[in-house]
Write a protein of this length. Structure first.
Length: 340
């Protein structure tokens, strides 16, 4: 058993510390791990965020340095050694199969990183993520073609070196929902057999894009999923809809479909939504959610900051162009994987 008085490092207490990704901001430390919650400079003892999700294992961010205890008044202050920190890109997580919405709403504060709906949810997978509805399925991927999902989602080499690609909390496995627009019910979720979701954080630590690749047991599962999406969104009321499992009620407003003039990719079906989710917090969240389907594979591409130029993905900086990149990847999957 180790002895704290015998040289065991002391972890920093819970609080807001300089963000290793963006030192000008503060990131919340739980006392044992970092979270997605960030704010502009605040004291360490600033109130903690509500329900902040922790970063997944393997994020590689250095732990914060505990504040030094105050020196006695009559003590001669020692010269503090200068310690150089290498702040920079540290959160790239390998997309390892078998490891490790509503909105990845990591919105514990007004300046906190915003996350989209998990179906567009990047917990909406996107702000303080509210946990999405659970399914009756086992948490792990069960499909023998699971490894193929890594070829579909966004990868570190797709984005600029100033951005980070991170695995969503619960990003591997079936424990989190795929479809959750308008807090609807989607029975097709029980037909999923594999799922992988990751996200892109820009240089300021803001979530800007999330991709979610899903396999269903057969093409009937994806067809049912798209049918349910059209049904739920077409009947979504203009009044608040209660979230699952006691989650917050939200008002979901749909604009005209954003993809009417976008080119189509042969063999790939597409459904796109431009929506705003208002949970009554005074900070409505706009998201563009695009669903691409081929055979039994479904690929969600979620844009949590859809206004203006997007972070470059494989050289594309428009939503239309980025969606084209992922549609091409889906079209390239072998028939043995998609059953088409």
């Amino acid at each position: 058993m180790s002895d704290a008085g015998a040289g065991t490092p002391t972890k920093a207490a819970a609080g807001w510390y300089p963000d290793p990704m963006t030192p000008a901001r503060r990131r919340y430390w739980t006392g044992s791990t970092w979270t997605y919650a960030t704010l502009d400079a605040v004291p360490v003892d600033h109130p903690p965020p509500l329900d902040a999700l922790t970063l997944p294992e393997g994020h590689r961010l250095p732990e914060p340095v505990p504040p030094r205890p105050a020196a006695p008044v009559d003590a001669v202050p020692a010269k503090r050694p200068q310690k150089a920190w290498k702040w920079g890109l540290a959160v790239v997580v390998g997309l390892l199969i078998g490891v490790v919405g509503v909105v990845l709403s990591n919105r514990s504060s007004s300046n906190e990183t915003r996350t989209p709906p998990e179906s567009a949810t990047p917990t909406t997978r996107g702000s303080t993520p509210s946990p999405g509805p659970t399914t009756t399925q086992p948490g792990g991927n069960t499909d023998p073609s699971t490894a193929a999902l890594t070829s579909l989602v966004v990868k570190p080499e797709d984005v600029p070196s100033t951005a980070d690609v991170v695995l969503f909390p619960g990003g591997v496995g079936l424990g989190q929902p795929t479809l959750d627009l308008c807090n609807g019910t989607y029975p097709s979720e029980t037909r999923r057999s594999a799922r992988l979701q990751d996200a892109v954080l820009d240089a300021e630590g803001r979530l800007v894009l999330s991709t979610e690749a899903v396999l269903y047991g057969d093409s009937g599962g994806t067809a049912q999923a798209l049918s349910e999406l059209r049904s739920v969104t077409g009947a979504c009321p203009s009044t608040p809809v209660q979230g699952p499992s006691g989650g917050p009620a939200v008002i979901t407003t749909f604009r005209a479909a954003p993809d009417s003039a976008w080119p189509r990719t042969a063999t790939v079906n597409r459904v796109a939504y431009d929506l705003t989710i208002d949970d009554g917090s005074g900070r409505p969240l706009r998201t563009i959610a695009v669903y691409l389907q081929r055979g039994r594979a479904l690929l969600g591409v979620y844009f949590s900051m859809p206004d203006g130029p997007q972070i470059a993905v494989d050289g594309q900086t428009t939503i239309e162009g980025i969606v084209g990149v992922f549609a091409g990847r889906l079209a390239a999957l072998p028939p043995s994987v998609v059953g088409a």
